[in-house]
Write a protein that binds this ligand. Structure first.
Ligand code: ATP
Length: 352
């Protein structure tokens, strides 16, 4: 285990920023701390780094305790870590190559240059090694920061929103390069992000946090397909939310019917229906029965988003969304039939 955080709690005055969190990162694994602003992600990362004094719990790196509240706390520079933040924070008066060799004082000059050059080549920066940081784009600067952090071969990389200052295209390219380099380095990685798609792109496992606690931890597929809480479902994207009561082992909603999965008849439930669970087809297709009409259709690229007006059991109109693969753009006011893919519908007993 390259990082083990056990029962970490941290207060800032009256604010509990981190609340009883335990978490492990294995060698070669990318773990993302995901959650809304203020949920404690950065504080937890800073505790792992030694940038925040530990108040409660234990931090261990490579099986060795490096911080306890009453014992000595190893400073960041003695923890064999690579750090990377939103701001690349390169040394402006040093060239790219000098920035990367900076932390390699323990090697001979030849070895330093060789190690740095190979890191820069892996990140597509070979021709920039004599440049100064200010002439590089934001994405290139982040890649130099990554090369600098990885050059001393740390056991653990700690990344805090490393791509958030980049625009969308550059962000995709930079995180793709970063993932490949991290994976080939063999280091364990703990990365903070508030962007669920970024976490799914980067992570072997995601820890979804709320109010200082880990609400659910698992692979991206586990969090997306087996969310244990409505907050987890909503965090991964907009959903249609309806209330219903279990009848004959089924949950009948205006969007379609799904099995109640063992919930007793009469249970009041909330159903969270992902737009991709709402399948739309022309009126008259056999096996489809929920009737509605299209308010407006929009092509979003790989998918089409349909705004629907759905007719409820009592004649009421409910507005909702369907996301269909590819180009699927029925005209406004087109009557359509709906049914549901139950694998993307999540049902929870309603809180009273
Ligand atoms: P963000 O994505 O906005 O950075 P986060 O999930 O990383 O959010 P933290 O920065 O860890 O959250 O903050 C958790 C809580 O602790 C917040 O309520 C924040 O206001 C508070 N906090 C963080 N750092 C300090 C500090 N140095 N002094 C006082 N309160 C702090």
């Amino acid at each position: 285990m390259v990082l083990s955080l056990s029962d970490i709690t941290h207060d800032f005055g009256a604010t509990r920023a981190v609340d009883s969190v335990s978490l492990e990162v294995r060698a070669g694994e990318v773990v993302c701390l995901l959650g809304p602003s203020g949920c404690g992600k950065s504080t937890l990362l800073r505790i792992a780094a030694g940038l925040e004094t530990l108040q409660h719990g234990v931090v261990a790196l490579d099986g060795r305790t490096v911080a306890t509240p009453r014992g000595p706390q190893l400073p960041p520079e003695q923890r064999n870590l690579g750090l990377m933040f939103q701001d690349a924070a390169l040394f402006p008066h040093l060239t790219v190559l000098e920035n990367v060799t900076f932390g390699l004082g323990h090697l001979s000059q030849g070895e330093r240059r060789e190690r740095a050059r190979s890191m820069l080549a892996n990140l597509g920066l070979a021709e920039h090694e004599q440049s100064y940081p200010h002439v590089l784009s934001g994405g290139q600067q982040q890649r130099v920061a990554l090369a600098r952090a990885l050059a001393p071969a740390p056991g653990l990389m700690l990344l805090d929103e490393p791509f958030s200052a980049l625009d969308a295209r550059l962000r995709e390219q930079t995180r793709d390069d970063t993932l490949h380099v991290l994976k080939s380095s063999g280091a364990g990685t703990l990365m903070v992000t508030h962007d669920p798609e970024e976490a799914m792109f980067m992570a072997d496992r995601i820890a979804l946090m709320r109010d200082g606690r880990i609400l659910q931890m698992g692979t991206p597929a586990e969090l997306y397909c087996q969310p244990t809480d409505p907050f987890v479902v909503r965090f991964f994207g907009e959903v249609n939310e309806v209330e219903a009561v279990v009848e004959d082992g089924e949950i009948r909603t205006a969007f379609g019917t799904v099995p109640a999965n063992g919930l007793a008849d009469g249970t009041a439930v909330q159903a969270l229906i992902r737009p991709e669970a709402v399948r739309v087809s022309p009126v008259g297709e056999p096996g489809r029965h929920q009737r509605s009409h299209v308010v407006v259709s929009r092509l979003l690229g790989r998918t089409s988003l349909l705004h629907l007006c759905v007719h409820g059991a009592n004649g009421e109109e409910i507005h909702g969304h369907s996301r269909m693969p590819g180009v699927f753009l029925p005209p406004e006011n087109q009557p359509v039939m709906l049914d549901l893919d139950p694998s993307q519908v999540f049902v929870y007993p309603r809180a009273h």
